[in-house]
Design a binder for this molecule. Structure first.
Ligand code: FO1
Length: 312
């Protein structure tokens, strides 16, 4: 086991699987996940933090492996009753998952910041990796579409990402401050990893929190970005379509261009090897390897390759 502090910028499913791989090949206590909170929303009065929960459930070993989010084997009794009551059930909240949202909402209502509540949940679920929301302040992704501006989960879940994306903004980001521990985790990291998450709606809102980009630059640590696009497609979610809609190339090269000023090394899949020279010419070191985390062993192999890039 290597004990080398790593800070990982994380969105949802791809980040969670990568972190699980990483915690299998390095000391989990040396890892800090800095997680996107701009997908958070209020639903039935409950504060839902999908990316934090996906990371937490995955590292706790209780995630629904097929969906990548929610609790495996969770019940649907509450949803069924909501449906009978004529309530909306487009956002699938399992019974056990609901317990977490009840707890988080109660603690936030008592005045606890999201970072403190996340720490309580992490500890209760026995997750050995530090999980930090990027900010305790409210930030909300809004998607501009031909139908108007949609809150993120309306676009993503309710409307199944079918709208053309004209623009993306992060309401509240300008006023947000990094949560306690975020700057420290970046300053003390031997390496910073940008997970294979959607660059537009998972990583961009993390970087939009004032102070984050400076903290990364000041850390002097190598910054390794992993492409979430393989062969022009996303493993999960709408990243490829979003990139295209917003005028970017839906490829590892398109993602590399977005991280050009930030990343020192870019990791792309073997199927995208022909793009390596173009990415190198952006001024980044390039690693070509298998990035598809189809199972735990392949996630561990990707994590080992990334750790190998950071170790001096
Ligand atoms: N994603 C879906 O596609 N449909 C759902 O009904 C859904 C419910 C859900 C409940 C709790 C949770 O933590 C996540 C959930 N997700 C669902 C995933 C989530 O909305 C997205 O994957 C992220 O916001 C994008 O990273």
């Amino acid at each position: 086991m290597k004990t080398m502090k790593l800070a990982v910028l994380a969105g949802g499913v791809g980040a969670a699987r990568f972190l699980r791989g990483l915690s299998g090949v390095t000391d989990p206590q040396s890892l800090t996940a800095i997680v996107n909170t701009a997908d958070d929303f209020l639903h039935f009065g409950l504060h839902i933090s999908p990316d934090i929960d996906t990371v937490c459930y995955t590292l706790a070993g209780i995630v629904d492996e097929a969906r990548g989010w929610g609790v495996g084997g969770d019940g649907t009794a509450c949803l069924e009753m909501l449906s009978r009551l004529g309530e909306e059930t487009w956002f699938q909240l399992g019974d056990r998952d609901l317990a977490l949202h009840l707890t988080r909402t109660r603690r936030l209502g008592e005045g606890a910041p999201l970072s403190a509540v996340t720490e309580e949940i992490r500890s209760a679920l026995g997750v050995p990796v530090a999980i930090l929301p990027v900010t305790d302040d409210p930030v909300a992704t809004e998607i501009e579409t031909p139908e108007g501006t949609l809150p993120f989960q309306e676009y993503f879940v309710r409307r199944a990402c079918r709208d053309k994306v004209l623009g993306v903004s992060f309401r509240g980001a300008e006023q947000a401050r990094p949560a306690p521990g975020v700057r420290e985790a970046l300053a003390s990291a031997a390496g910073i990893v940008i997970s294979p998450s959607n660059p537009v709606v998972s990583i961009a809102p993390i970087l939009a929190v004032p102070g984050l980009l400076d903290a990364i630059a000041e850390s002097g640590a190598p910054v390794v970005a992993i492409s979430p696009i393989i062969g022009g497609r996303t493993v999960k979610g709408p990243a490829a379509n979003m990139l295209r809609d917003l005028g970017h190339e839906a490829s590892a090269l398109g993602v590399a261009r977005l991280y050009e000023k930030l990343a020192t090394t870019f990791v792309l899949d073997t199927v995208d090897a022909p793009l390596a020279p173009a990415i190198e010419s952006l001024g980044m070191r390039v690693l070509v390897c298998d990035t598809l985390m189809a199972d735990a062993e392949r996630a561990r192999r990707l994590a080992t390759a990334v750790v190998g890039l950071i170790r001096p």
